[in-house]
Ligand binder design. Structure first.
Ligand code: NDP
Length: 503
């Protein structure tokens, strides 16, 4: 494989980003642009995968799984490849962070210090897990053994959103490959650049052909063709709840395993005894990091009545000070949103908040001084209630809503009165109180006196319409492996001899 050629072609200056199928670059006749949210200019042209390209990618992954060395090699051998992938990403970390920020609008302080180190860590962690894949033995009366072994599931379709493309893709791809699966990655059409650079890394790491494949394109035709392909064994989807339903419906036809990491509208409970300064810092970070385009954004602040006015004022003051600007500026705290369409969607939510009677404390419009990009001023509403649209729907932008509560029971009731159940946040001086509240929240993760800390080893995922299944550590291994039970008699075990008169 000519990895030099791949490296040259996937340099953005070279123009069109290729597909990566069966270890080969493939350019399509049809292309689509990926737009830089800070300027509205085209960042790169991208090859559009047709339905037959999708078939080709799945066939390559299928062949690599059914006939190739990948699922048959030892965990240690797969680990060596994945460690190489991690090293290559680390070598290119600053370039990857820069392009992640240019393609998504995420401030480089988050991509360089968060997303890229996590991406490297995902490959290293799951490389180690590849060496630790173990089974179990069950002995029955010492006469019978059942061996329970883990095997790869097969071909994984990994479908990712635009809000943290590389970090999310790496979590799924690294775990899938570590377990011996092969995969086809489809990133969002809105942010495909670093996934192309990942294909470049896979080629440079000399992975066997067809183990990792990349296709580009929108939901229609590319995403839909992928989930409707019968050669896929397992789908790992991260994205919106509405799309998750479509993917589950398409997968039902094949009775296939599906992981769904979906949306959220997470409640952030601030009790009257909380340390207000750390609650303020943590709440701002949990809400506005990643431009508010985070599934676990703490977007519904539920604040105890005695501190409501004071906290709302402090919060709005700091929101007004957030540094909005070019994502490549290291001082930028909030960047432009992913697209013009998304900017309009977020501003429409702001309008609905105003119409519903919430009080706008900060922001609420495009950024008057930043022309050309898809900026929305960091925004906060107070005097809202939990039935307003801004409190019920996932805005996925820098818009927070602050709602007062009178009692803890009311806070828990409001927190749980949501279609979603991804994350929850609690700020209080009393740990026993926090634990009791945590046990009552119907969510997948609770952070106490802290923003969310994502430890790779722990499960992440949602209750209710925030998803099905969990990723992280051995929970990802569970998703990406089948269990097989092998029974064997030992020590002269005898069984009834039907049809025989002899005893
Ligand atoms: P979407 O659901 O719109 O898209 C996600 C991916 O699915 C994209 O690659 C998209 O393609 C593709 N897609 C869309 N429709 C189909 C279909 N019918 N069949 C196959 N593929 C399809 O989500 P967004 O990209 O807008 O991302 C934002 C959402 O992701 C938010 O709801 C957010 O909460 C959620 N998310 C959840 C996380 C979690 O871990 N729980 C983490 C991060 C985000 P394309 O974009 O090219 O059209």
């Amino acid at each position: 494989m000519d990895t030099g050629m791949i490296a040259a072609k996937t340099e953005l200056r070279a123009g069109t980003l290729p597909l990566f199928i069966g270890g080969r670059l493939q350019f399509s006749n049809k292309v689509f642009p990926t737009i830089e949210p800070a300027t509205g200019d085209t960042l790169a042209e991208v090859s559009l995968a047709s339905a037959s390209d999708v078939d080709g990618a799945v066939a390559a992954a299928r062949y690599a799984f059914d006939q190739g060395p990948w699922p048959r090699m030892s965990g240690g051998e797969r680990a060596a490849y994945l460690m190489r992938v991690a090293d290559l990403i680390e070598d290119r970390q600053s370039t990857l962070a820069e392009f992640e920020s240019r393609d998504t609008g995420l401030p480089v302080r988050f991509t360089a210090e968060g997303h890229l180190p996590r991406t490297v860590a995902h490959f290293r962690y799951f490389a180690e897990e590849a060496t630790r894949l173990v089974g179990e033995v069950f002995a029955l009366d010492s006469a019978y053994l059942s061996l329970v072994v883990r095997e790869a599931v097969g071909v994984a379709a990994v479908i990712t959103p635009w809000n943290a493309p590389l970090s999310i893709a790496s979590m799924q791809v690294a775990a899938a490959l570590a377990c011996g699966n092969t995969c086809v990655l489809k990133p969002s059409e809105l942010a495909p650049v670093t996934s192309s650079m990942l294909a470049d890394v896979m080629a440079a790491a000399d992975l066997p052909e067809g183990v990792f494949n990349l296709i580009h394109g929108p939901a229609e035709p590319t995403g839909r063709a992928l989930v409707e392909q019968p050669g896929i064994d397992i789908v790992s989807f991260t994205g919106g709840t509405a799309t998750g339903k479509q993917i589950l419906a398409a997968s039902a036809r094949y009775v296939r395993r599906v992981l769904c990491e979906l949306g959220g509208k997470s409640a952030n409970l601030i009790l009257e005894d909380a340390d207000l300064n750390s609650a303020l810092d943590g709440s701002l970070l949990s809400m506005y990091a990643n431009n508010g385009e985070a599934c676990h954004a703490a977007s519904r602040l539920l604040v105890a009545r005695p501190i409501y006015e004071r906290f709302s004022e402090m919060f709005a003051d700091r929101v007004g000070n957030l540094q909005l600007g070019n994502p490549l500026d290291p001082d930028t705290e909030v960047g432009p949103l992913i697209s013009e369409e998304h900017q309009a969607r977020v501003l429409n939510f702001v309008q609905s908040g105003l119409e519903d009677g919430a009080s706008l404390l900060a922001g609420g419009s495009e950024a008057p001084d930043l022309k050309g990009g898809y900026y929305v001023l960091p925004t906060v509403f107070a005097n809202a209630n939990n039935s307003m649209r801004i409190a019920r729907e996932e805005i996925f932008g820098p818009v927070a809503v602050i709602i007062p509560f009178e009692t803890e029971d009311e806070a828990v009731e409001m927190a749980n009165d949501s279609d979603y159940g991804l994350a929850g946040y609690i700020w209080t001086a009393r740990f026993d109180r926090a634990l009791e509240l945590a046990s009552r929240l119907r969510v997948g993760s609770v952070s106490i006196n802290s923003p969310m800390i994502r430890d790779i080893r722990v499960p992440f995922g949602g209750f209710k319409r925030s998803g099905i299944g969990r990723t992280g550590g051995r929970f990802s291994i569970t998703h990406y492996t089948e269990l097989k039970t092998i029974c064997v008699p030992v020590q002269g075990y005898t069984f009834p001899r039907l049809g025989s008169r002899e005893s």
